[in-house]
Design a protein around this ligand. Sequence first.
Ligand code: FAD
Length: 400
Amino acid sequence: MEIAIIGGGASGLMAALAARSEGCSVTIYERCKRVGRKLLATGNGRCNMTNTGACIDNYYGHDPGFIIPALKRFWVRETMEYFGSLGILCKTEQGGKVYPYSDTASSVLDVLRREAAVTGVKTVCDFDVCSAKRTRNGSGKEFTLKSYSGQTVAADRLIIAAGGKAAPDLGSNGSGYELLRSFGHSITELRPSLVQLKTEGDTAKKLKGIKLNAKLTAAGRIESGELLFTDYGISGPPVFSLSARVTPGDTVSADIMPEYSKEQVEDMLFERAAYLYNTPIEEFFTGMLNKRVGQTILKQCGCSPLSRTAAELSPEEIKRIAESIKRWRFRITGTMSWNNAQVTKGGALTDEFDPHTMQSKLVAGLYACGEVLDIDGDCGGYNLQWAWSSGRIAGLCAAQ
Ligand SMILES: Cc1cc2nc3c(=O)[nH]c(=O)nc-3n(C[C@H](O)[C@H](O)[C@H](O)COP(=O)(O)OP(=O)(O)OC[C@H]3O[C@@H](n4cnc5c(N)ncnc54)[C@H](O)[C@@H]3O)c2cc1C
């Protein structure tokens, strides 16, 4: 049996190796010059392969429960064992993030490519699939693929592993959705995720370039780490993580002194006002907070002009300042573009696929895996885990 796989990314490579292990003839059709380009960029070049805590709560989509069979069949332990068998020694870092011990994403791609070569998976690069059809042709094959350059190939089974729309420079340009649509599949609303957030007003712009250690809260989730102010809004690891959950109109609340309680911050400010009583409040935060951040908070709390002395701050003003430090609110107006995003929120409606096999319920012999499906995960190795798991299942089941 001949299996064609559109896309040589994480899920496509995994699907190919699984299908090949069942004895099928497998060909990956990849639009880029090489397979796995995106993999090289993952985890800042270190490839955060999975997360030891990955569970259903880390995944989103119309029906996150779609991942449950994958979770039972081929999940974190099986993935780490599988990569171990290919030669990857894994290490687990803070937050359960798993990386190759070599700290290089290229080693993950290297072992996948080596295994593909050794086992006889065929890869055809520079093959940008423009159409996929289920038409019995002369050779008796079920599917026919055409490339933009006019090549035509046929296969008995087809796996669409073409990724989403995020980071198009790395290969996935959303064409997988169009291919699935052409088979009658529904595509849910698509949005960038794991991406920087745009905020209302010009506060972030005025503070552009400043980094703070902060605890961010939004949509019932808390994320800590470095918060970065930019031209358009906010960035940094905790912002990326929250972007999977927030929607325009939501508010992100930043605690910029997370080591202290609100009462402690209030006490500190009252004491400060007492010993700096003669100092203009322009200097009130010198030595405690970034100067521009401090001045912005003072202005937002209505404490202008900044030439007033600390002694002139009223108890209500001091309480308002403490509240701002602990709950500095940023209203989200949107996200940065697909070019900046790591993953796609939304995708092919999972109701139309069998979660045990990844096979289409509309077209027999058609499978999909990875980001092209309406499943996205948090930041921290969860998206690759989905790519490995769904790819493995699609490959094994397509081969049966
Ligand atoms: C910068 C960056 C860093 C990331 N870091 C991490 C991380 O550390 N951990 C983590 O879990 N996740 C990370 N992600 C997300 C993760 O990489 C993706 O979710 C995952 O790669 C999706 O796998 P996939 O196989 O579905 O799609 P992809 O890996 O995108 O692969 C799809 C492939 O299909 C090819 N293709 C598309 N259309 C066609 C077509 N018409 N014809 C032929 N080929 C086609 C593309 O060129 C591409 O090679 C990161 C993403 C980015 C952009």
